[in-house]
Design a protein around this ligand. Structure first.
Ligand code: NAP
Length: 309
């Protein structure tokens, strides 16, 4: 027999946990599936300085832990499980984890987004051996070594600045000659004496050696003049954006071309009544912890009204 819950929330980042706080306070006894990365992307970030209420900033993992404890205080239950199959064709909705079957009357999807990769074979080969998408997790391994960060957005600037704590030099590799990052983040990177820029450049290949596998350089191509050169680095960090974690619901919910779940109007309603989406899995524009938390609150209120109706 599947285990039935009135409300299931998938994902435990700011969106999922905020939904859990509101739903638990509405006595809906929400069960939160923590997913593949419990706490979400904030757990691999460093200091969060723009979440209201923390004058001096707070570390990402500490912030998600506070969200979780707050939700648990009102009775939300967290499961260290991941949903791998979903059937949203009828109510109650059916969900499957690696170990159990579940059903629920209302579902809140807050599965977030995951790091994007370049998709070249050599990147795959050296993943975990010098190629990383998590500066916080892996920066420490590159003490006094030259490294590269790929991307021109806020994530790339933030990672580059953070990595200067360890690295001897950080080169930001960006495919255009103009950065996408906000002015303040650009300034922070440009002012840092350890940071250099390789603009209008793309990585053609990650060059490395074996026994043990490690990265030695990035083969770069200048997209303007076609010239190629090797940039000697020990590590390459990807900061090129994210992909929404919506695959499980493919073909069942309306999504845009990039896989972001489409929500209706000002609500968190999806194309299936009773299924709500919040946070980065439905937001390709703002993608902030605070906007994710706000949409988590909306999803819980929308789901509560749906269940009452
Ligand atoms: P983003 O803004 O989408 O930037 C991704 C960057 O990667 C862009 O510069 C893009 O180049 C580049 N890129 C994408 N695919 C690529 C590929 N295949 N090869 C090479 N380069 C590629 O993503 P993000 O930096 O992760 O930021 C996401 C959101 O989070 C933004 O709203 C940002 O403001 C926010 N954020 C805020 C903070 C903060 O305030 N502290 C920190 C991190 C993130 P193009 O520019 O050419 O498209």
């Amino acid at each position: 027999m599947p285990k039935h819950h009135q409300m299931i929330i998938l994902g435990s980042g700011p969106a999922g946990s905020t939904a859990a706080i509101y739903a638990a306070r509405a006595d809906l006894k929400p069960v939160v599936f923590e997913g593949i990365q419990p706490g979400g992307q904030l757990t691999i970030t460093t200091e969060v300085e723009n979440f209201p209420g923390y004058v001096d900033g707070i570390m990402g993992p500490e912030l998600v832990d506070i969200f979780k404890r707050q939700a648990e205080r009102f009775g939300a239950e967290y499961l260290t499980e991941e949903i791998i199959e979903a059937d949203l064709s009828q109510r109650p909705f059916k969900l499957k984890s690696y170990t159990d079957d579940y059903t629920c009357d209302a579902l809140i999807i807050a599965t977030g987004a995951s790091a994007r990769w370049l998709g070249i074979p050599s990147e795959q080969k050296y993943m975990g051996h010098g190629v990383s998408a998590c500066a916080t997790c892996d920066g420490f391994f590159f003490k006094d070594k030259p490294i590269a960060v790929v991307g021109g957005g806020d994530s790339a600037m933030e990672e580059a600045v953070f990595l200067t704590k360890f690295a001897s030099k950080v080169t930001i590799i960006h495919r255009r000659d103009e950065l996408r990052a906000s002015k303040i983040m650009q300034e922070k990177a440009k002012e840092n004496p350890k940071i250099e820029f390789a603009l209008s450049c793309v990585i053609d290949e990650v060059i490395g050696a074996d026994d043990p596998p490690h990265v030695t350089a990035a083969k770069l191509k200048n997209v303007k003049d076609g010239s190629e050169f090797d940039l000697p680095v020990d590590g390459i960090f990807m900061g090129i954006g994210h992909i929404p974690n919506s695959k499980v619901f493919g073909g069942q919910l309306d999504m845009d071309n990039n896989g972001y779940i489409i929500t209706r109007g000002k609500s968190t309603s999806t194309s299936v009544p009773g299924v709500f989406a919040c946070g980065d899995v439905q937001d390709s524009v703002y993608r902030q912890a605070i906007s994710a938390a706000g949409s988590g609150c909306m999803a819980a209120i929308d789901a509560e009204r749906f269940l009452e109706g």
